[in-house]
Design a protein around this ligand. Structure first.
Ligand code: TYM
Length: 406
């Protein structure tokens, strides 16, 4: 499974449009600080450059891309296009690998609903890293987090979504011999001994500062972060030695890693490294693709007619009339349909040409919508088949006493 397939291998050109934040406003230079990114809420017009400053992460530089290229012989489109834009210690992980030290991958999902294409992005990239670096992968499902966070959520409904989401995870195509899924409420005994060591080293005042907890936050949420930290150190427990870990995820999860890195060395573990992505925008006016706005998200279980309907109702960067669009051109960079096509279905060349034609008024929104439908429908149809096949192999992927015994 791959997104942005069939890329031509050009040199590293600055095609990631860093100044653009997938926002749908028409002001291309977004200096806004009016946005919020936490593990539970993503709001406003995100300025990713400012997030790097705010979270204290590192940008992915051309030098780092060259290092990856020298190790793997290529640069994955999601790196080249700047979708993965920030990191902590990714360079250190690569150095470790080039000296012969293997690293684990760790990523996850909070099973609060069905999976949409935004969620697939970090997982597709994680699979790519697994294949390239032959890494073992831990995949955590935080059903407890989603139960504690959502006032009205029941464990029964989370159980259903956990099952459905596991099908999506397996459908990505992770290596069954090198991938283990942990469902927090089922596999807690493997996590808890590590989680309490983490918890003991974090004060409420730190947790409040990192996560924004308040007096009205329930104490389950306040106690939860060490459970998400635990898989950062589980590889060292499994292997019986200190093991480097790399976490691919969108940047909303960063507060967890900031907290974890803070105490890692005090527990005699390596600090977990991260590679952060932007968000795939929703098909609406503003914001990331989110299950809470289902009409603007394409789910892996949507029927083709539903995909058509969502795409045809999508917000675009177009002008109010065809005549105005021909005359003034449209705003590709402010159009979710453009970004969706760029990250998933267009080649880089096609995408750059699309932008030029769009901005100059030579392309109308209907054509882009039709291209998106034509890409998304077969993708989802194929993905659904993989989900069906996943039903027969769930057991192979679940964490157990000897997770990676051959
Ligand atoms: P969750 O379920 O909110 O999100 C799952 C993964 O998808 C990313 N993500 C997105 N990426 C691109 N575009 C979007 N619109 C979009 N929305 C969500 C998230 O960053 C995440 O990588 N607490 C976590 C579960 C978790 C986890 C982890 C995630 C446990 N351990 C380790 C990453 C790494 C959660 O609720 O993710």
């Amino acid at each position: 499974m791959q997104c942005c397939s069939c890329r031509d291998d050009e040199s590293i050109v600055d095609h990631n449009y860093d100044d653009y934040n997938h926002s749908n406003n028409n002001n291309n230079s977004n200096n806004s600080t009016d946005f919020k990114v936490t593990p539970w809420e993503v709001e406003g017009d995100i300025n990713y450059g400012k997030l790097i400053e705010k979270f204290g992460t590192q940008p992915i530089t051309p030098e780092l891309l060259q290092k990856i290229e020298s190790m793997t012989g290529e640069i994955h489109p999601l790196l080249k296009l700047g979708y993965f834009f920030s990191h902590r210690d990714f360079d250190w992980i690569l150095d470790k690998k080039s000296k012969g030290e293997s690293f684990y991958l760790y990523t996850g999902r909070g099973p609060s609903g069905m999976v949409h294409m935004g969620h697939l992005m970090p997982w597709i990239f994680t699979k790519y890293l697994q294949d390239k670096f032959d890494s073992k992968l831990l995949f955590q499902l935080t059903d407890d987090e989603k139960f504690l966070y959502g006032q009205d959520r029941t464990m029964k409904e989370l159980e259903r979504y956990t099952y459905e989401n596991i099908l999506d995870i397996i459908a990505i195509g992770f290596n069954p011999k090198r991938t283990k899924i942990l469902v927090n409420t089922k596999h807690i005994k493997y996590l808890y001994p590590i989680a309490i060591e983490v918890a003991k080293r974090i004060t409420f005042s730190t947790a409040r500062a990192v996560f924004g907890f308040s007096n009205s936050t329930n104490i389950g949420m306040i106690g939860f972060p060490p459970i998400q930290a635990a898989p950062c150190f589980l590889p060292s427990v499994i292997e019986g030695k200190n093991v480097p870990v790399l976490i691919p995820a969108a940047i909303d999860q960063d507060p967890y890693w900031r907290m974890t890195r803070d105490i890692a060395e005090r527990m005699n573990y390596y600090k977990p490294a991260q590679i952060h992505s932007k968000f795939l925008p929703g098909l609406g006016m503003l914001g990331k693709m989110s299950s809470s706005k289902p009409e603007t998200a394409i789910f892996t279980t949507d029927e083709p007619e539903v995909v058509d309907k969502k795409v045809s109702a999508a917000f675009t960067g177009g002008q109010p009339t065809v005549a105005l669009q021909r005359q003034l051109g449209a705003n590709a960079l402010g159009c979710p349909v453009f970004w969706y096509l760029r990250y998933f279905f267009d080649t880089e060349k096609q995408s750059d040409e699309r932008m030029l034609r769009c901005n100059s008024g030579n392309l109308l929104c209907g054509e882009c919508k039709s291209d998106l439908s034509k890409g998304a429908k077969p993708f989802i149809v194929e993905f659904k088949k993989r989900r069906e096949r996943a039903k027969d192999v769930i057991d192979k992927f679940m964490y157990d006493e000897e997770p990676f015994a051959t």
